[in-house]
Design a protein around this ligand. Structure first.
Ligand code: MV4
Length: 456
């Protein structure tokens, strides 16, 4: 069911940190009022100060603040907000929250609960993509049966190695690689039990395991009138333990002729589903072919690289389509200029990756043409141990990849942050790596590099 669109003049931001500040900025630029909710730990933060109003909804623990749906809905009612922006993480892909927001007569800035539920069920997502002609990883878009002979038959048909995934999983949770048939049944039963406990459903599916893919994603934007566009692609292969470290747009070495039909299929899938808002189609890319794995129904951390290359303000667009506006651009209006790179700056030990909390005693951000830093921290800010370690995103836009990389090196060199440990030294070292400079990386590259590099 399509919700009737209603205009709103106040947006409640159900998030914290850099993304709360990013959404406040978009609201400001559009003449909307922004209300933020915050925990006791975040009362004095820049984004709480920057909003028109901030409401403390509970203690530092996320379950009592940023995940407290009733407190957030109450804050929306008290402040007269007409819409809720969930940011990323927290409640952004929570079916119940989207439904509760709309049930309270407010606009959820994101897709409807049905679309979130479909994409949250990785089997349902895959079958929707198959139906729209989006290329998927070989393997059935149906639940794995329970009879051993049927399970063996599916794996034999796909060919080893295979990967067993939980329908309720995603983002690297609930999956197991199987190299040969001797290990298959045990892997299935272990994954099934984990899935039952972690996701509340034992449903599994099976795919061909791709051994050296890149992670490439396509950004889409849809209005509520059946219009949809894709805003180009990103490469997010540079990750450690499913945490992205560097993202770039466009994905290096991918031609328009190769990815064009894939983007068109993503747009078609959105139209078939009746998708609204922004979304990301995640693909594995190996030996010249794309394979859909998951769709994220939220604004993503790495959206700025697409903003820089496409010139489209993705957060403003989210707010516009949520107001019921018709998309102001057609596919032919979307062009990609130059190259953008994002570095995630984390408060963590560069050697052990342990989170580092504490006081930022000095902060000097890089400046210059094409340099953007999305952050909520400042000198005197205390990094709390309660939340994600992401404290800033350095986004550099250059005329081509080599230019963007060279300017990223310069920006990293002049990025001064004192008082707590960060991954800045690691990023500086990574940008001196030859294979990365050539774009010769895959999803395993960073973890291998971390094991073999000679410590500086
Ligand atoms: C895969 C795969 C290889 N083959 N599926 C990990 C996160 C989740 N989004 C899906 N993931 C993978 N699915 C098939 N059929 C390898 C991964 C994977 C991965 C994917 C993207 C980025 C980083 C990754 C790291 C390890 C494994």
């Amino acid at each position: 069911m399509m919700q009737p669109q209603q205009r709103f003049d106040t947006v409640l931001i159900a998030n914290r940190g850099e993304i709360a500040l990013r959404v406040v900025r978009a609201c400001r630029e559009m003449g909307l009022k922004a209300v933020v909710v915050c925990s006791e730990a975040d009362r004095d933060s820049a984004y709480a100060r920057s909003a028109d109003q901030s409401i403390c909804i509970g203690p530092s623990t996320v379950s009592k603040s940023y995940l407290n749906q009733n407190a957030i809905l109450l804050a929306a009612r008290l402040t007269g907000a007409g819409a809720v922006h969930p940011g990323y993480g927290f409640l952004s892909e929570n079916t119940r929250f989207s439904a509760a927001v709309e049930g309270a007569g407010l606009t959820f800035i994101g897709p409807d609960a049905d679309a979130i539920a479909t994409m949250g069920d990785k089997i349902a997502a895959k079958s929707a993509m198959v139906a729209a002609g989006v290329p998927c990883v070989p393997g059935p878009d149906t639940e794995l049966p329970s009879e051993p002979s049927a399970i063996w038959a599916i794996a034999a048909e796909i060919g080893y190695p295979v990967i067993v995934k939980a329908a309720g999983g995603g983002g690297g949770r609930g999956m197991r690689v199987v190299l040969d048939e001797a290990d298959l049944l045990e892997a299935v039963s272990l994954t099934r039990e984990e899935a039952r406990k972690a996701f509340g459903t034992p449903a599994l599916y099976m795919e061909k395991f791709l051994q050296h893919p890149r992670h490439i994603e396509i950004q889409v934007l849809c209005d509520t009138h059946g219009n949809a566009v894709w805003l180009g692609h990103r490469d997010c292969s540079m990750q450690r333990r499913h945490q992205k470290v560097v993202e770039e747009a466009p994905a290096p070495g991918i031609s328009d002729t190769l990815i064009g039909p894939v983007g068109a299929a993503c747009v078609k899938a959105c139209q078939q589903i009746g998708y609204r808002g922004v979304g990301t189609f995640e693909f594995l890319y190996e030996d010249g072919a794309f394979y859909f794995i998951e769709m994220n129904t939220r604004l993503q951390v790495e959206h700025p690289v697409t903003e820089e290359t496409s010139g489209v303000d993705i957060v403003q667009q989210q707010l516009r389509v949520a107001q019921g506006e018709v998309l102001s651009m057609a596919q032919g209006d979307v062009t990609c200029n130059g190259h953008a790179i994002e570095c995630r700056i984390n408060a963590e030990d560069p050697a052990t990756f342990m989170p580092s909390a504490g006081l930022i005693t000095a902060l000097e951000l890089p400046v210059g043409e094409g340099i953007r830093v999305d952050t909520h921290v400042e000198a005197g800010y205390k990094v709390s141990p309660y939340y994600d370690s992401l404290i800033a995103k350095l986004i550099v836009h250059g005329r081509d990849r080599a230019d963007a990389m060279q300017r990223t090196r310069a920006a990293l060199a002049s990025f001064k942050l004192e008082g707590i440990a960060t991954n800045l030294p690691l990023l500086r070292e990574l940008f001196d790596d030859g294979a990365f400079a050539k774009g010769e990386t895959d999803i395993h590259y960073l973890e291998k590099w971390l094991k073999t590099r000679v410590a500086a």
